[in-house]
Design a binder for this molecule. Sequence first.
Ligand SMILES: NC(=O)c1ccc[n+]([C@@H]2O[C@H](COP(=O)([O-])OP(=O)(O)OC[C@H]3O[C@@H](n4cnc5c(N)ncnc54)[C@H](O)[C@@H]3O)[C@@H](O)[C@H]2O)c1
Length: 163
Amino acid sequence: MKKIAVIGTGYVGLVTGTCFAETGNQVICVDIDVNKVNRMRAGEIPIYEPHLDVIFERNIKANRLSFTTNLEEGIKDAEIIFLALPTPPGEDGSADLRYILGVAEDLGKILEDYKVIVDKSTVPVGTAEKVREMIAKNSKVDFDVVSNPEFLREGYAVDDFFN
Ligand SMILES: NC(=O)c1ccc[n+]([C@@H]2O[C@H](COP(=O)([O-])OP(=O)(O)OC[C@H]3O[C@@H](n4cnc5c(N)ncnc54)[C@H](O)[C@@H]3O)[C@@H](O)[C@H]2O)c1
């Protein structure tokens, strides 16, 4: 069992968090969208994906899956932090890294012990180094950054996760 935080509870973050809970881990999903977090806390799933609703409900009931808008609270006990933040294409088509680097900067200020930070968003090669530098700017503790790009297909996300 690992303690996992997922930052960004959209399509990728919610599938990742829910499926990691289903495999026995303790998962907290963080999002800045207060309305979305309140709905999920009330047991309402914000997206449709085959099989996800059943797993979502089961793991909330088992206290393995919870939600917060508070980044500090979300990562406090986590050993592994997944970043599932948006990377919309900018005007020149390149991925906009502002959400990821913004959260990386915030993480640097609040890390209190060793964490593994995993980038699951779609980003160009070299982003892990940028994330590492952004965290290191403020961090007093040791950490590692890992790339684990997401390749799930909408409509098959749960199957893809488990297989
Ligand atoms: N959706 C897909 O099928 C898919 C497949 C493969 C890869 N990806 C990639 O995965 C990444 C995430 O995509 P998605 O579809 O899940 O995006 P999404 O827009 O569905 O979800 C992103 C979530 O992040 C939240 N967020 C934004 N800023 C935040 C912050 N500072 N702190 C906490 N939460 C914050 C938003 O409120 C939203 O809920 C992107 O890089 C995308 O390209 C998506």
